[in-house]
Design a protein around this ligand. Structure first.
Ligand SMILES: NC(=O)c1ccc[n+]([C@@H]2O[C@H](COP(=O)([O-])OP(=O)(O)OC[C@H]3O[C@@H](n4cnc5c(N)ncnc54)[C@H](OP(=O)(O)O)[C@@H]3O)[C@@H](O)[C@H]2O)c1
Length: 417
């Protein structure tokens, strides 16, 4: 009966993995690791307080008695500086691995599953080749004559592969796209920011729901990753024949777009779609933004010659975000804050949700004008059949946010406004 270790067990991806390990009868013991709260309370779960930024000797002491065949590494600390993000997250993984080695626990590992993401392809830097494939070239050093900012996943993958080779065990790396899920006390997710935007629009005069981003974004295709589906994938990848020492895209398996999702959001929250979604005059009260991304080029440039697009602006122009309503500016407006304050008081909502909501992330995902689709073929060829409907997952996440007092109870909101 295998045991499992989950680092980052209180986060969005990690907590979903713990929940799915609990349901899987083939796991009898789950060690959930993080610095803060005790995570999920269940007889199979033992929470261990662990600071991955501490040194590996201290960590080895904290981990005394912890032993597992399958390890799921979801710990993550973001930083505004990509170089610092690289240094911090590489050090957390490296120290954890060295603590396991010091304890002699590396001998028990069969597979180590590391959660990374679509930044692997540079979706945060500009337009990427579509669909993105696991075999696509990395944005390393001066690939394509461009000085790319560090991508911490690459460093983590190198550290992991080296440790696996030395310890004679296998690694798997997952690449989820924007994750739809909920973790207690963690407000940093796209669904929270979208939900807050929708409820404030609902309570605004006229209840209109203008799309904050640009028209190209509205019409492009995207994929999302359900935290639940990602967890199921990780459990599959920990055991699937042929999955060892491989990297996999993990997306819901449908292709979605805001032209499809936005009217559904309007209907769910009882809002009105504006007659002219992209009429400037309609939203003159809001501040728009045009943001040119600094120190980057479109990763598509690496493929441009091969595609006959080497001189095409689609590959060579400066990556730029365009928003008709910039969520970061919108969330600072006094009228918007007054409406939020009224909702918070009326329904007893969590102020931290508003303060910690990732408006900058929403500015990014709605302001870009490029598709983000990853192929699922590689995993499917090995037998992966998982699938999730993005709209259903979004609704599920909103319901959990409503239960947690982050969004108002929907029927009450619709009745009151
Ligand atoms: N969320 C997304 O939309 C998304 C999308 C694509 C890829 N990803 C990738 O998925 C991975 C996991 O991200 P996530 O969104 O699940 O993260 P998250 O929700 O922010 O959770 C991070 C976890 O790491 C733990 N942690 C942070 N610092 C720690 C430390 N010093 N020692 C021990 N534990 C620490 C946190 O717990 P404590 O604070 O309690 O320690 C928490 O459990 C990352 O590589 C991320 O880039 C995320």
């Amino acid at each position: 009966m295998p045991a499992a270790i989950v680092t980052g067990a209180t986060g969005i991806t990690g907590s979903a993995i713990v929940r799915h390990l609990i349901k899987d009868p083939s796991y009898t013991k789950i060690y959930s690791l993080s610095r803060s709260n005790a995570g999920l309370d269940h007889p199979k779960v033992q929470h261990v307080h662990l600071d991955l930024q501490g040194n590996s000797d201290h960590m080895a002491k904290d981990l005394a008695g912890v032993s597992a065949e399958h390890i799921f590494f979801c710990a993550y600390l973001p930083n505004d500086d990509p170089g610092e993000t690289d240094r911090i997250n590489a050090a957390m993984l490296s120290s954890f691995l060295s603590a396991l080695t010091k304890m002699g626990e590396d001998k028990h590992i069969k597979r180590f599953v590391l959660t990374c993401g679509f930044k692997q392809y540079g979706v945060h830097l500009g337009r990427v080749k579509q669909p993105s494939l696991e075999s696509d070239p990395l944005l390393l050093d001066s690939a394509g004559g461009v000085s790319w900012p560090p991508i911490f996943y690459y460093t983590q993958q190198q550290i992991l592969a080296k440790a696996a080779k030395a310890g004679n065990w296998e690694w798997v790396c997952t690449l989820p796209e924007d994750v739809l899920g909920f973790a207690k006390g963690n407000f940093m997710n796209e669904a929270t920011a979208i939900g807050l935007y929708c409820v404030v629009c609902k309570a605004s005069p006229g209840s209109e729901l203008p799309f904050p981003g640009n028209k190209d974004n509205y019409l492009t295709f995207n994929t999302w990753t359900s935290a639940n589906l990602h967890a199921q994938f990780c459990l599959w990848a920990a055991k699937a024949a042929g999955a060892g020492n491989e990297i996999f895209n993990v997306t819901n398996g449908d292709s979605e777009s805001f032209q499809n999702l936005w009217p559904k959001l309007a209907e769910r929250f009882g809002c009105k779609i504006p007659d002219q979604m992209f009429s400037n005059s309609g939203f003159k009260d809001y501040e728009s933004s045009t943001i040119q991304l600094k120190n980057t080029q479109h990763p598509l440039i690496l493929h441009a010659k091969n595609m006959g697009l080497a001189k095409d602006p689609i590959a060579t122009d400066a990556p730029t975000l365009r928003l008709q309503i910039d969520p970061e500016k919108w969330a600072k407006r006094s009228d918007v804050n007054e409406i939020w304050a009224r909702l918070r008081k009326q329904y007893g909502l969590d102020q931290m949700a508003w303060e910690k909501a990732t408006w900058d992330f929403l500015t990014f995902v709605l302001g870009r004008d490029w598709n983000c689709i990853g192929s699922m073929s590689k995993a499917r060829k090995l037998g992966w059949t998982g699938y999730a409907d993005t709209w259903d997952e979004l609704v599920d996440t909103f319901e959990r946010l409503e239960e947690a007092g982050i969004l108002p109870p929907l029927q009450q909101l619709k009745h009151d406004y």
